[in-house]
Write a protein that binds this ligand. Structure first.
Ligand code: SAH
Ligand code: SF4
Length: 338
């Protein structure tokens, strides 16, 4: 529930608005899920709450830590599905990469989550629960979560309503109170949902572009056959951006597939006139993947063409690779991968 919904719900139980603010503070500020521990509420009200509501953060099944500071959570959901989320510490920020679905229907050829297929959508509670789990983990270790990216398992814009609800809670002052500047939704490119997102909420947008032409993109991202690049780029041109903000384009570099100088030049042309920053992500390999990572010289050569064209292009250092927590390696059920 968003803080506003919580207030309506608690009023419907016959309580006054400040009670709702207390409950929201316990859940969203202090991370307390058990009504019995909400000690400034009367016993009668706590009983009423426990009879009418539940707070069920996901169960942490496994925590894996890497030497580079990356922490991967395997979370068990009520129906036995599992998802992963990853804390990625950086110099000045600590980012949580959250999942929006168990598995993913879009089947991008380079992505391990895509191999699982789509199991189901996550609820807003399951998405927000990932943030609560990570915040608690960091809190007990003196850390602070500063950023949230919807770049874990699943396609957020194909679970639009629950993702929107989760964002509402994440951004609300009486919710998790993140600034929109620190929250990013990443999509494989669903034009009508990009338009909806732009109209509904203020957040940062990232798009997994991965190829500068339909022929290449069709081969690695089947969704491109449904929404080819002209429709996607039109949605990006129309996306409302605050002054000085940019759309992030993610570009996974796959050796010999999308990493030639010609691809880089085509990319320059494709994004002309759109305020973008480009994240180049050298492919993170996984067992049975039909691709390889380009060597460093090729990655730098690709980047140089973008920079020469005055584009903001950075090479994303890969983190968490040793614990299968890097981009595109989340699977949560390795035994299901062929
Ligand atoms: N479904 C959304 C959110 C997931 S983000 C989306 O695709 O945008 C996952 C990011 O990791 C995407 O940018 C994707 O292009 C990238 N990715 C997937 N598999 C990868 C791999 N094996 N190596 C590097 N990046 C990968
Ligand atoms: Fe799904 Fe994104 Fe992976 Fe493609 S890259 S399969 S859209 S999670």
């Amino acid at each position: 529930m968003s803080p506003d919904e919580m207030e309506r719900f608690i009023l419907s139980l016959g309580e006054r608005p400040f009670r709702a603010r207390q409950v929201a503070a316990w859940i969203y500020k202090k991370g307390v899920a058990d009504f019995e521990l909400m000690t400034d509420l009367s016993g009668a009200f706590r009983l009423l709450l426990s009879q009418n509501a539940r707070v069920t953060p996901p169960a942490v099944t496994k925590v894996t830590t890497a030497a580079d500071g990356t922490v991967k959570f395997l979370l068990g959901l009520a129906d036995g599905q599992a998802v992963e989320s990853v804390i990625i510490p950086d110099e000045e920020r600590t980012t949580l990469c959250v999942s929006s679905q168990a598995g993913c229907a879009l089947g991008c050829a380079f992505c391990m989550t895509g191999r699982l297929g789509r199991k189901r959508d996550l609820t807003a509670g399951e998405i927000v629960g990932q943030v609560l789990v990570a915040r608690e983990y960091l809190g007990t270790r003196g850390g602070t979560l500063t950023n949230i990216v919807f770049m874990g398992m699943g396609e957020p814009l194909l679970n639009y309503d629950q993702v929107k609800q989760a964002l509402t809670i994440i951004l609300a002052d009486r919710g998790l109170a993140f600034s929109w500047r620190h929250v990013t939704v990443s999509t494989a490119g669903i034009p009508e949902a990009i338009a909806r997102l732009g109209a509904d909420l203020l957040v940062n947008l990232a798009v997994s572009l991965n190829a500068p032409d339909d022929e290449t993109r069709d081969r690695i991202m089947p969704i491109n056959r449904k929404y080819p690049l002209d429709t996607l780029m039109a949605a990006l041109r129309a996306y409302p951006l605050k002054r000085g903000r940019r759309i992030t384009l993610e570009y996974v570099l796959l050796s010999g597939i999308n990493d030639t100088d010609d691809h880089a030049r085509a990319l320059v042309k494709l994004v002309r006139g759109i305020p973008v920053k480009i994240n180049l992500i050298p492919f993170n390999p996984f067992d049975g993947a039909p691709f390889s990572r380009p060597d460093d010289a090729r990655v730098l050569g690709f980047q140089a063409i973008l920079i020469d064209a005055h584009l903001n292009a950075i090479i994303r250092k890969s983190k968490g690779g040793r614990i299968a927590a890097a981009c595109g390696q989340l699977a949560a059920a390795p035994h299901t991968v062929p």
